[in-house]
Structure formats: C-alpha cells, structure tokens
Design a protein around this ligand. Sequence first.
Ligand code: ATP
Length: 355
Amino acid sequence: MSITAQNVTKRFGDFVALDDVTVECPAGELVALLGPSGGGKTTLLRVIAGLEVPDSGTVLFKDDDITKHSARDRNVGFVFQHYALFRHMTVFENVAFGLRVRKWAEPRVRDRVLELLRLVRLEEKAGLYPANLSGGQKQRIALVRALAPEPKVMLLDEPFGALDAKVRSELRDWLRRLHNELHVTSIFVTHDQEEAFEVADRVVVLNKGRVEQTGAPVEVFERPANGFVMDFLGNVNKLPVRVEGGRALLGETGTVELPGRVFGASENGRTDAYVRPHELDLARTADGGNCLLARVLHVNPAGSVVKVRLWAEDFGLMINVDITPERYRALALKPTEPVYITPKAEAVSDTDYAI
Ligand code: ATP
C-alpha cells in the first residue's frame, strides 16, 4: 500500500506549516521525514493519519483518495515518542488491545500477540506491566502494539526520541528488522540524520513547511540539493570562497583551491563552499603551496577516524579535518601546534562547481 501526500498545504491561522508539500512513500518502503524542529514533519504525519485536515491537497493510499476519511477509517498504526502503553494492562493485554477492539476471536488474538512478542524477543515479559520494563522494551511493545491489527500503514513520530543513544541505536535495528519481516509501508519522523540514514529506504528533508530534497540516503548524502540540506546533514565546514573559472578559492585574495560543493554564487563570485572534513588532509610542510596554515585546537582520537579541530588565523576560520589513526600517529599532532590544511587531491578533482 503506497502513501502519497499531494500538494498538501496546511495553515494554522496565518502560519503556513505545510506549503504545497508532495511526498511519496512506495508500497513496502520505510521513509524518514527528516528536518529541524518546526519544519512541519509532525503536521504532515498527522495529515496522513487523518488527525489534521489539510487546507488543500490530497492524501492517497494506493490510488484511493482518503483525504476526507476519518482517522479511524484509515487503518493506520501510530507510534509516538512517549510509549503511551496502558499502565494498568499487562504487556500481553497492551498488544491485544487493538485486536479486542476489532473483535478478533480469542485464539487468533493469542496467536498474533505471541507471534509479535516473539519477533521482538519479549515473549517472556507477556505477563508483566509496563512499569517493569525498560524504556527500550516499552518502545518495542509500543511498536508491536501498533503493528498487531495489521495496519495498512505505520506512522511513527520521533519513536526513539525519549531514549538514550545506545538504546536508540538498538531500537533502530528493531524497527528495521520488523520492517523487513512485515513490509508494512511506514513513515517515521526524526530530526536525527544518522537515524534517518541508518533506517530508511528513502529520506524526505522538510524545512519551513517545504520539501528541500527527497532521495535514497546515499543520494541525499552524496548529492545534497542545496546548502540547507548539506548544512543540516552536519559534519561539514562552511567556508567563504570566490568562484573563479570553475574553481572555489578561499578568502578575498583566494590562493587556496578548495574541494567540496557550492550552491550558486553572487555576481562577484562570492559564496560558501561546503567541505566535508574527510575531503581535507593535514601536512607538516607547505609542499606545493595549495594549503592554509592553522593551529590544532582539539583532537578527538576516539573512533575509526581522528577528528581534528583547527583555527586558521589568517582567515578567522574554525575548520574540522578527519584523518585516519595511522596518519594521526605519523603526524604526531599536539594542541596549539601549527600545521597545514591541504585539500585532498582526489577531492578537488572530484568536485562540481558548475553554477
Ligand atoms: P518538531 O521536531 O519540533 O516536532 P516538526 O517538524 O514536527 O517539529 P510541526 O510539529 O509539524 O514541526 O510544526 C510545524 C509548525 O507548525 C511549528 O511552527 C508549530 O508551532 C506549528 N504548529 C503545529 N501545530 C500547530 C497548531 N495546532 N496550532 C498552531 N501552530 C501549530
């Protein structure tokens, strides 16, 4: 069952929360609505669920226009940030709740609940109450409770927002596993790009009520549509440049040619280049000249890449560079030491400054 929101506009008074938004979620896919706070993600999810009525536009489930259908008639499973489990019911009864409302026969209820509890490895907790579960376990129950009545679509609003980093990451795996098992067309809201990229088949970047970009995670990461998307994905240096002859040159006098991306420039060629830390390298000497002098401010060696933060005094810029642990050891960097930032040769030749 595919989901389409077509040219949806939603106002709250004079405020336009969704401005002619079109989003498609193909049947069986898991789509992430990604964007900053206030971008319109929850509003779009609520329009799809039937909890908000759009001012214009349509919502289709497959080819059926369901814009005017009530939330109840849409057969949607909803998962919220706060588990919203019934405290006075056992785990089993929580998962069974939607089935009993739909008057499923008792043996079928039992089979379905146990099947789902097995799927999230919580069958042993069936007789416990929510108070006896961890946050991650509660959210696993909330997920299968929403899935129990075999909804046509699943909508999840920041489902892991209330949990700590480790549990969040485990739950992402659970969501992906459940999705691979059950293939229910699903849309989930997150402001965390890592979460969106790890879990989703397709990402929709929403900002100020408009779609900035839609694509598979790899497309959005490798070909961000504009500066907003590139900036929002994070971990990027935004450096002032002058574009000249298809080259992005740093600063007023522009001697250092940078890798990365630019998105449009003013008449005099001024703009920002977005350079990812791994597109830069460090060197002890100014070999070849295409480099800028900086001082090491901070080194974070924890991880498969070493993250170096530097201050380029001549340009008044803070710059992040990622290097391999081997390179870090070879350079033997220390705080406050001068060092040269150099664009990686392959990164410069790979860039696209057509504007
Ligand atoms: P967050 O991640 O903070 O939840 P979001 O991208 O989900 O953000 P929405 O909750 O969709 O954003 O809100 C979009 C905008 O619409 C916000 O500026 C919000 O204040 C406004 N808004 C949402 N619901 C209402 C409402 N019922 N009445 C008035 N304004 C609203």
